[in-house]
Design a protein around this ligand. Structure first.
Ligand code: DHE
Length: 561
């Protein structure tokens, strides 16, 4: 970083001054920063902090980080707070060491100078980034291979169903890995800090969204699968999906933006922008929010609709794409801070975590209404969740928790007569399976007898590098907790290689786990036999840097989890 020793001494003196000012003065001022320092801090904030706290710092999964805030409760009691009242040294400690409330420590990611810089930065009024119009979106749009020049049939001999699109987070790439041979078939350049991949209904196209809003369309039918179109849908993004209803297969794509808060509808095979829709509006509490970010998006298979989950407002939008010129949207109020989620086994219901509200909201896609709002333990984080039939409670959907040491099982309705006896349990938490905190993803498969859960965000290195596996017929304790890092045979270093995101092969016989370390650490994906829990293969390659999410083509195409 470009902060000289001299200026860091000056910064310390100023910071000390700011602390005493904060202690004595009711209206303390933010410590001074040069334009250069602000630019560096702005970039770090966007890369490391905005995801949880928001660009305007109003808070979501993370706390409000405005210099000054005040709120009034229902009894008219006013509370005041903000970064200025905390002061420099306290903020530095929080950023460095994290908090019991779930904030991770950044002392192994940021230097001391950077920690100090960030502590100063968040005492200043947030910068409001520019808007991003339909024209901006259109101007960014590029077709790399025109539809007429693309193959009309699969030109390679790969078993595409069992391909995995693997996020290489810190290089802004995805690795396309052949699930049968475990060979890397292509590494494809995508957006910055690439986030997720979703499959078109046909299974031909992969849509990959980067945190910088760059959406890449990969054609798996090409002899060497590669990018055929690209568009930038905003400055900060996390979600994408395609139209999956009968008659609309591969017709449209939709991508959600964190900043500006809006979503973009595009043509599915070229990414040509068709419509940009803002998500600014009222929260479920009736307050205006200037930054309601688009969290998860899924495509219903029972209606031509997308479920678009708006984080800060807690509004779940059902966007009907049957006539995009006259777009109809159903707005369903649920709970604030919507994040990730998945379907139940019947795909009639979509269950989404309102993570900082400690709730799961379930939407009935048949009636277009909220089916349930279920209270859970702290900070549910399902990924897509996991569906299986519980020996005592019938069909359940599982979510892990970032902030609690359990995996929650919620009973889901079923129209199958054999499950009618479980109706009384529907939408209740029927079991909390004992796990450890810091879970990001749970997974099972219709053919499997196992439930897998990582603990990637646990502060204990050994637990962060391990996953737990339960037998679905007895969830009282894990059948095994597997240290994935040890199984990988990678050389031990000080770095934590977080074992993250279990994903099944198309036939449900293998489970793939990423070992996610830093950009300079050797990474790997460890493949387990789901039946015996033995290691089948360790995939490692100098080009495969920071693998995190893995999206099996068939399972993602058909929402199998
Ligand atoms: Fe994700 C899904 C947002 C950090 C890996 N993540 C999602 C979804 C959202 C989201 C809204 C649901 C998308 C959908 O289904 O349409 N993620 C965010 C954040 O805001 C957050 C907390 C902070 C940030 O700054 O981005 C964040 N996510 C991460 C990571 O650090 C992870 C662990 C590693 C990485 O690669 O970035 C990560 N997120 C994932 C994965 C999924 C995901 C693998 C998809 C799960 C699946 O099985 O479908």
């Amino acid at each position: 970083m470009n902060v000289s020793r001299l200026s860091s001494v000056a910064a310390m003196v100023l910071a000390t001054f700011a602390i005493s000012a904060a202690a004595q003065n009711k209206n303390p001022e933010a410590p001074p920063m040069t334009t250069g320092e602000k630019e560096i801090a702005k970039k770090i904030y966007f890369e490391r902090c905005a995801g949880c706290h928001g660009v305007l710092r109003k808070g979501a999964t993370g706390k409000n980080l405005e210099p000054h805030w005040s709120k009034t409760d229902k009894d008219d009691n006013k509370t005041e707070g903000g970064m200025l009242s905390l002061g420099q040294s306290r903020i530095e400690k929080i950023i460095g060491y994290g908090t019991d409330g779930g904030m991770v420590n950044f002392d192994d990611i940021l230097t001391r100078d950077e920690l100090s810089l960030m502590a100063k930065y968040i005492q200043h009024t947030p910068d409001v980034p520019p808007e991003y119009s339909f024209k901006d979106t259109m101007d960014s749009w590029k077709v790399i291979v025109a539809v007429k020049d693309r193959p009309t049939r699969q030109m390679n001999k790969f078993n595409l169903k069992n391909f995995f699109s693997v996020t290489l987070r810190d290089t802004g790439e995805v690795a396309l890995i052949d699930g049968d041979t475990k060979e890397i078939r292509s590494i494809v350049k995508t957006g910055y800090a690439v986030h997720i991949s979703r499959m078109s209904k046909s299974g031909r196209y992969v849509y990959v969204i980067g945190r910088d809003g760059r959406l890449s369309l990969i054609d798996l039918w090409m002899e060497k699968p590669g990018v055929v179109a690209e568009v930038k849908i905003g400055f900060d993004a996390r979600s994408v999906d395609t139209s999956k209803f009968k008659g609309f297969e591969d017709t449209y794509a939709i991508a959600g933006s964190y900043w500006p808060p809006q979503y973009v509808i595009m043509d599915g095979d070229t990414l040509k922008p068709r419509k940009v829709v803002s998500t600014r509006g009222m929260t479920v509490d009736g307050e205006y929010h200037p930054e309601p970010r688009v969290a998860s998006i899924v495509a219903s298979e029972i209606k031509p609709e997308w479920v678009v989950n708006i984080k800060e407002t807690g509004q779940i939008l059902l966007v009907d794409y049957s006539d995009i010129e006259n777009l109809k949207t159903t707005t369903i109020g649920s709970a604030k801070f919507l994040h990730d989620g998945g379907f139940d086994a019947s795909k009639r219901y979509f269950l989404v975590a309102a993570n900082a509200s400690n709730k799961i909201a379930a939407v009935d896609l048949k009636t277009g209404k909220l089916a349930a709002l279920v209270d859970t333990a702290k900070i549910p984080h399902p990924g897509r969740g996991a569906n299986f039939v519980h020996p005592q409670f019938g069909p359940v959907w599982a979510t892990g928790h970032l902030g609690a040491d359990v995996v929650t099982l919620i009973s889901t309705p079923s129209e199958e007569a054999k499950y009618a006896k479980y109706k009384a349990f529907n939408w209740k938490v029927v079991q909390e399976v004992k796990h450890v905190p810091g879970n990001l993803f749970v997974k099972t498969h219709p053919t499997s007898k196992h439930l897998w859960a990582d603990s990637a965000q646990n502060s204990d290195k050994e637990l962060a590098e391990s996953v737990s596996v339960w037998n679905l017929s007895d969830l009282s304790k894990p059948v095994r907790t597997i240290n994935v890092f040890k199984d990988s045979g990678l050389p031990a270093t000080k770095a934590t290689r977080r074992a993250v995101h279990p994903e099944y092969s198309a036939d449900g016989t293998e489970v793939w786990i990423s070992l996610w370390g830093g950009k300079t650490d050797q990474s790997a994906i460890v493949v387990y036999d789901d039946k015996t829990l033995a290691v089948k293969k360790v995939i490692t390659d100098p080009k495969m840097i920071t693998p995190t999410g893995k999206f099996n083509v068939y399972n993602t195409q058909h929402d199998i989890y």
